[in-house]
Design a protein around this ligand. Sequence first.
Ligand code: HAM
Length: 423
Amino acid sequence: MAENIQAIRGMHDILPDQTPRWHHVEAVLRRVMAAYGYREIRMPLVEKTELFKRSIGEVTDIVEKEMYTFEDRNGDSLTLRPEGTAGCLRACLEHGLIHNQAHRLWYAGPMFRHERPQKGRYRQFHQLGVEAYGMPGPDIDAELILLCRRLWRELGLGHKLELQLNSLGTAEERLAYRAKLVEYFRAHYEQLDEDSRRRLETNPLRILDSKNPELREVIEGAPVLAEEFGEESKAHFQGLLERLDEAGVAYGVNPRLVRGLDYYCRTVFEWVTQELGAQGTVCAGGRYDGLIEQLGGKGSAAVGFALGMERLIDLLDEPERFEAAAQPHAYLISVGGLAERKAVALAESLRDALPSLRLQEHRGGGGFKSQFKRADKSGAQVALILGDDEARDLTIGIKHLRTDAGQTTLAQAELVSFLQTLI
Ligand code: HAM
């Protein structure tokens, strides 16, 4: 026998009993996006490798070791998108949507990162991304956070997610800080691990983000970025905090929050949960004003976030409860030559009359008993039973599958109004 071919490690099938919970979350996301005036954009899954190198940063984990990069048949270096911010901005620059304009956009779909798979961390995962262009003030940063809060509330997850905030200041302020940080960590070189020593040369801010508990002490003693802030950066962050206070959003300011992508400036934030173990960051984002010029465009205001769909869905209570929305309302059983022929036209006429009816017809033959078994398994609320007698009399048997209501007979002419009560 031939060997089974299996899915690629870290890339998962989403099976039919799981898709209803995805549909539920996706429907809530769409509704909330529309409620705040965000419009959907769809970008290709593959972009030129250069785009990600220039935007995410050459010395980030993603670009250094996580991208699915390959040469296509023309010899061009292409990459499966590891995130959506770069592609979204590329698309908007290409189509003239950035200069002198304001846009609120969202996208959803798979992203690819060659990370070590574990619970909540996959090589193909799904994000909802939200980006706002052309709005430099902290008001839009606050809007994005409020939009997140509404998403969590509508999904019944408000109590499971906490907001952490920080400001990274401007690129110049970060440069001044970087120098101080390098000086500090050089003085404590002996306490650094191998990774951090390497980062000291390439991306010293990322040392602050280290998960190594042995580094906690030395990190806690490091200088703080906020000390380098000028008036504008201070006012921007203060403006955000005031708006969040006004709207009653609970948050923690975490001065060590730096994010793993290089394009951020000023506001950065993460929504984290204690319920998912090590992969507790469900949603993350921030401002990235400088990226527009870095990609060759004019304009200087951009802010956004992305949430991990798998992690969000893992937080849902009783996710099986969404399955009912996908199960048939009714299952049509037919036994006998005449009944089987009449059943097809009957089912079609019911679908004509009731477009949102979910009606499953039995296929594959078999007697009443085996057809009832399938009807029960389908999750349908009722079985509609057509034997040759019913087919001749223009009647139909109705059996309630989820209650003890027993079996009744109806005229076929009454079937539409009966089924309407199930929808
Ligand atoms: P990120 O922090 O790299 O940001 O990813 C955002 C979210 O995607 C994470 O918080 C997590 O929930 C989910 N995620 C990331 N990697 C994985 C993985 N391997 N498996 C499962 N889930 C994962 C960005 O991607 C930025 N583009 C966000 C952004 C948009 N910033 C501004 N605009």
